[in-house]
Write a new protein. Structure first.
Length: 376
């Protein structure tokens, strides 16, 4: 099935696939010994769907490949996407749908960041009685409990990595661009803390409506390095506004931005954009990346992206823990296996947890150069 046909809506395909998976799963709930279900909460709100759809495709590719190789102990794994609209009510409804399903052993790869944060908070409050593995959890300030297992570097590690690259410029000030009031409300405290830790003066700017206008209004006193907190469409508009600025600026974007899509959306090429990602580069020679590219090419007509690689890694991490469990597979035995927090090497992507129950400061970055090239 090709997803490149312009007449075929990719999101509709993902929704349809989710419904088909849910329908196929229903009869097995009466026979929990016959099936294994792994649920993936996915935020398809307008603000998050660009991130979520790529992440979901990567996870789907991994689980389909795992099933083609025999699943877990010869048992097929049903990958159940729980679509939400980003609201707490929608998330509660999604969780209620698997609450009484004993075959559902884990949540894996919840995406995007706000949904993952909501789930982590519910788990910490005792409202989640199931493993929450490999969420797309970008908030470094959020305390995680003994049911939540983040394996991707959070915003703090991403920002620190990117700014160290620019430290040779003698940078003393940082501009923070928030795409919307919601972005500023959700993330400003964390960004302010990171800037203080790095001893940087911080100037903050909030977008509202057309981000091109904000880009046009910057003055010569605005810092040369700008941290952009928002999605790909907003960043494309912001760079178009920067195009007429006389001062050269560098924009640091985080993992929710796709540089290839940014070019397709008409981003101004006069401004270098550096995008961080908590996974290897998609053209890396690591075994996990080769497996991802081979699987994606075989199963989906989709280009490799960092976000779908993250979804692939999330599924593979969940699988590696599940397959090594001795005895019956139950929610309790699965939780105990994850809580041992054994180190894993996923084909070059290393998972090892620190005392704060977080793993991986693995960060790479790519740059969109002024001549339109993407370099890693």
């Amino acid at each position: 099935m090709s997803l490149q046909n312009p007449a075929f809506n990719r999101r509709q395909w993902l929704q349809g696939a989710s419904l088909l998976t849910a329908a196929a799963t229903a009869p097995s709930w009466a026979q929990p010994g016959k099936s294994i279900t792994v649920a993936q909460p996915v935020d398809f709100s307008q603000a998050q769907q660009d991130v979520s759809k790529d992440f979901l495709i990567g996870s789907r590719a991994a689980w389909q490949d795992i099933n083609s190789r025999g699943g877990i102990r010869g048992r097929q794994v049903t990958h159940l996407a729980l679509e939400t609209d980003g609201s707490p009510a929608s998330l509660r409804s999604a969780l209620d749908s698997i609450k009484d399903n004993p075959a559902c052993l884990a949540l894996s790869g919840s995406v995007g960041d706000q949904l993952a944060s909501q789930l982590a908070a519910l788990s910490r409050q005792g409202s989640l009685n199931i493993v929450h593995a490999a969420p797309w959890l970008q908030n470094a300030s959020l305390e995680v409990d003994d049911k939540t297992f983040p394996i991707f570097a959070a915003r703090q590690e991403q920002i620190t990595h990117a700014l160290k690259t620019l430290s040779v410029m003698g940078m003393k000030a940082l501009g923070a661009i928030y795409a919307t009031p919601q972005h500023q409300s959700a993330y400003h405290q964390e960004v302010e803390r990171i800037a203080a830790d790095m001893q940087l003066q911080l100037q903050s700017f909030q977008g509202a409506g057309d981000l091109r206008l904000l880009g046009q209004k910057l003055t010569p006193a605005t810092p040369a390095v700008l941290l952009f907190v928002g999605g790909t469409p907003e960043l494309a508009a912001f760079t178009q506004g920067l195009e007429k600025q006389a001062r050269q600026r560098y924009v640091v974007a985080l993992a929710d931005v796709n540089l290839s899509t940014l070019l397709q959306m008409g981003a101004a090429r006069s401004t270098p954009v550096i995008a961080t990602q908590p996974v290897p580069l998609v053209n890396a020679s690591l075994p996990i990346v080769r497996a991802y590219r081979d699987t994606l090419a075989r199963l989906f007509d989709e280009p490799p992206t960092p976000l779908s690689l993250a979804g692939f890694i999330a599924a593979r991490y969940t699988y590696e823990v599940l397959k090594d469990i001795d005895g019956a597979l139950t929610r309790q035995s699965v939780l105990a296996a994850f809580q041992r927090r054994a180190g894993l090497d996923l084909g070059g992507f290393r998972v090892s947890f620190n005392p704060r129950r977080r793993s991986s400061a693995y960060v790479t970055q790519s740059m969109m150069t002024p001549d339109g090239r993407l370099i890693g």
